[in-house]
Design a protein around this ligand. Sequence first.
Ligand code: BES
Ligand code: ZN
Ligand code: ZN
Length: 491
Amino acid sequence: MSATISLKFKSFNADHIAKLEGKTMVVLSSAGDMDAAGMKIDQLTQGALSYFAKSEGFKKLKSGEIVEFIAPLGMVSQSVLLLKLDFDVSINDLRKAGSNLAKSVGKEAVNLLILAENNFANILFGFTLRQYDFNNHKSKNIKDFGTVSIFCNDPKIAKEQYNHLDAIAQGVFFTRDLVNEPANVLTTEEFADRLEALGDLGVKVKILDDADMQRLGMNALLGVGMGSDSPSKIVVMEWNGGGDEAPLALVGKGVVFDSGGISLKPASGMEDMTMDMGGAGVVAGVMKTLALRGAKANVIGLVGLVENMPDARAQRPGDVVISMKGDTIEVINTDAEGRLVLADVLWYVQQTYKPCAIIDLATLTGAIIVGLGHENAGVFSNNDEFCNDFIAAANAENEGAWRMPMGDAYAKLIKSRIADIMNVGGRTAGSITAAQFLQHFIEPDMPWIHLDIAGVASVKTETDFSPKGATGWGVRSLNRLIVDKYEKSSN
Ligand code: BES
Ligand code: ZN
Ligand code: ZN
């Protein structure tokens, strides 16, 4: 397991503040007002807080920013972290304040004195998301996070209030752990085992192996894995919390390593292709969140797990495969493998589970990074209402998502001379032709969104809510979409 924090909810008692160990955080309103905790600390420190509240330094501080007072007088705590907060602060600003706090706290133990009940959960959520450290493969100097004690008027109610957000954080961490894992550890089999463990949370897990997929005619998917010693698999995860409605289907690209296959990638940067299962990672994270919070919705998650390797048995550029749909695909470039995997999983989910709508997630194209950088995932859809609902959820969660165009003119670019369709277009509009390829395997009236997450699944610089590496982008947005649009009565 990666290092994450452990939370303890405790009753607030002003008389205990002097003896708290570690770092202690308290909120000061932008007007300089203090709550009971602030007043006690002010008293213990002989007016240090009220003195600071009247200073220029405090005026210059922005809402959500933190000042640290080292070795406060009259207190055991090693420091007091003072968080300035506007009265009318948005959910996202609260979460950002929490992530600022995480950066000030580091791995020390911390006492959070956030008495305002409407604020504490989102501050704690932002804090928790940032307190993640993938240290599985460090052999030395491993430091765990210190305990986080949350002081509140009613610990039981506060804990219940936080449960929903905690389930999301656990889902995000599950995604990050999978995406950060190297490919010699996270083989297709290991991935399937980790998903099978979701069974303990009440998720129904089914695994299709090579023979099952042969029988179903999934030659597009199977072709990709032919050069690998790791067996290709599809894992189906069902969460049935919503009665007998048709499920929302989430489909993820799970290429555990993408060498490019015979169309081999250049050496530089190839090591990053351990994250090419990012779509499958997000699907897994959402399923975990839904199970942990007992979502009242039917959601089915499917991941296509393969490894794309060059080998004597690997498929060649120029090969033609017959997909499960029955349509033939000319494989021009074996490095455009994600769409081949998704083609069969998308067709399978429509035939087998009759979903009400489908969202697929994939680290599909380098071209989406050229277009949108690392700030936004590319959103492609055949249904405006569905697409707008998703983008609204992503905006509410502050996860970048930008709609891209589609259309027949782009579909023409992937017509093959010798087969029904080919797996790459020309040099232009690479992310859009990839999306057009996927749409070829979507029934005409099926609401569908494709999320190209190549730029956002894993990043080289830290973000507001994650350290360098896997971000868990999408878990929050998809969970919110499910709460807003698919849940019988939202929590
Ligand atoms: N996995 C890659 C896309 C990718 C690139 C993900 C960078 C994350 C970061 C995908 O399978 C791929 O190789 N796509 C090719 C398609 C091309 C051959 C048409 C690409 O984007 O170059
Ligand atoms: Zn590729
Ligand atoms: Zn790939």
